[in-house]
Ligand binder design. Structure first.
Ligand SMILES: *Cc1c(COP(=O)(O)O)cnc(C)c1O
Length: 393
């Protein structure tokens, strides 16, 4: 205990209380509502991958501290995945770093690369850990807002260019984008790459939904664009791709100098993590294309099911080209405050969702938008759609 009046939580973190996910998940438990708030699957990933983890654990692989950069089998598998999918070649020894999920990759990257006062441009609405990690690193976040345009959220490239100042250190990009479901196009990524080269910026790109792109959308890693390989830190994760979000196996691929910098911060966060799971993820990354195709098709059917249910219930539904999520506009339901709407939704309809405003600095800009996750069993989504129909009443 301290008798001083000084707050215990420091100034850098004061604005980040409990995450909305904790609040909404507690509400789901309390009311028995269907939780379409937090983005985790309600079924586990492939049985053979689960078995691979059991085998590693039984064989005594990874039960003690694994090597700091990650086990060689996994680093090799990550490099092979980037090569096979995107033609990007990385040296498993100097250009790949295994982390405790993408969350630690984001934290370590920002803690390593930022000096206090550096500006970071991030696409708003943004994943909640970005703002907190930029703050922990003493950086200043500069949001560039994605806005609704013809049925999906789009980046205004002029606004992005205008946001760059002499203090800008890096661009923090996320595609496929959580929570909007936007996948940046080749033209948009080309413009981002040109800007980064012209202004000599580092780029950190969160690509954890790289395997969840739908319809005609295509995932193009920023590191494949001209001038980008040497200035881009690419972040990936097994959680979303293999439906094992509790394993917390993520990674960074980048040029040796960048990986070395990120490793310097990472070694004092967790040092290492997820020993046996690292071996299992190495096997998962080598699964045949048929796994990735079937996974995508399954999730696509879920997206369509929930999108139809939401439209039926009276929401405006934005097009989701990637991720686990659908963003809606509640104004057609006669509502305008997403927070109030989400707090009332469990009682009104027995469903939990997330107000997108929590992902904005400009909360008013995000006020009418609400996010639903569709990474759930078909029967659960059908029941949610049925319950939501009550809103159309
Ligand atoms: C889920 C998620 C993460 C965190 O990934 P973990 O591997 O579970 O740490 C990072 N970025 C985005 C955009 C996410 O949706």
């Amino acid at each position: 205990m301290t008798s001083s009046t000084r707050p215990l939580l420091n100034r850098r973190l004061a604005e980040f209380g409990t995450t909305i996910f904790a609040e909404m998940s507690a509400l789901a438990v309390q009311t028995g509502a269907i939780n379409l708030g937090q983005g985790f699957p309600d079924t586990d990933g492939p049985e053979e991958v689960r078995e691979a983890a059991v085998r590693a654990l039984r064989d005594g692989r990874g039960n003690q501290y694994p090597p700091g950069p990650g086990v060689p089998e996994l680093r090799t598998a990550i490099a092979a995945h980037q090569e096979r999918r995107y033609g990007l070649s990385y040296d498993p020894d100097t250009e790949v770093l295994v982390t405790a999920g993408a969350t630690e990759a984001i934290a370590a990257t920002l803690l390593a690369l930022l000096e206090p006062g550096d500006e970071v441009i991030a696409l708003e609405p943004y994943y909640d850990s970005y703002a907190a990690c930029i703050a922990m690193a003493g950086g200043t976040r500069v949001p560039v807002t994605l806005r609704p345009h013809e049925g999906s959220f789009r980046l205004d490239l002029d606004e992005l260019r205008a946001a760059v100042t002499d203090r800008t250190r890096l661009l923090l990009i996320n595609t496929p984008h959580n929570p909007t479901g936007t996948v940046l196009t080749r033209e948009e990524l080309t413009a981002i790459a040109e800007l980064a080269v012209e202004r000599d910026l580092l780029v950190v790109t969160d690509e954890v939904y790289e395997h969840l792109v739908f319809d005609e959308a295509e995932h193009l890693p920023l590191a494949t664009f001209p001038g980008m390989r040497e200035r881009t830190v690419t972040i990936g994760s097994a959680g979303k791709t293999f439906s094992f979000t509790g394993w917390k196996v993520g990674w960074v691929t980048a040029a040796p100098g960048l990986v070395s910098a990120v490793r310097s911060a990472k070694q004092f966060l967790t040092y290492v993590s997820s020993g046996p799971f690292q071996y299992a993820v190495a096997e998962a990354l080598a699964l045949p294309d048929s796994y990735f195709t079937a996974f995508r098709e399954d999730m696509l059917a879920k997206r369509d099911l929930l999108a139809a249910g939401l439209a039926d219930a009276g929401f405006e539904v934005f097009r989701t080209a990637g991720t686990y999520f659908i963003t809606t506009d509640i104004r057609p339901l006669g509502e305008s405050d997403g927070f109030a709407f989400c707090r009332a939704l469990p009682e009104r309809a027995g469903v939990v969702a997330i107000p997108n405003a929590v992902f904005y600095d400009h909360r008013d800009q995000g006020a009418p938008f609400v996010r639903f996750a569709f990474c759930k069993q078909t029967a659960v989504l059908e029941e949610a759609a049925k319950r939501l129909k009550a809103l159309a009443g």
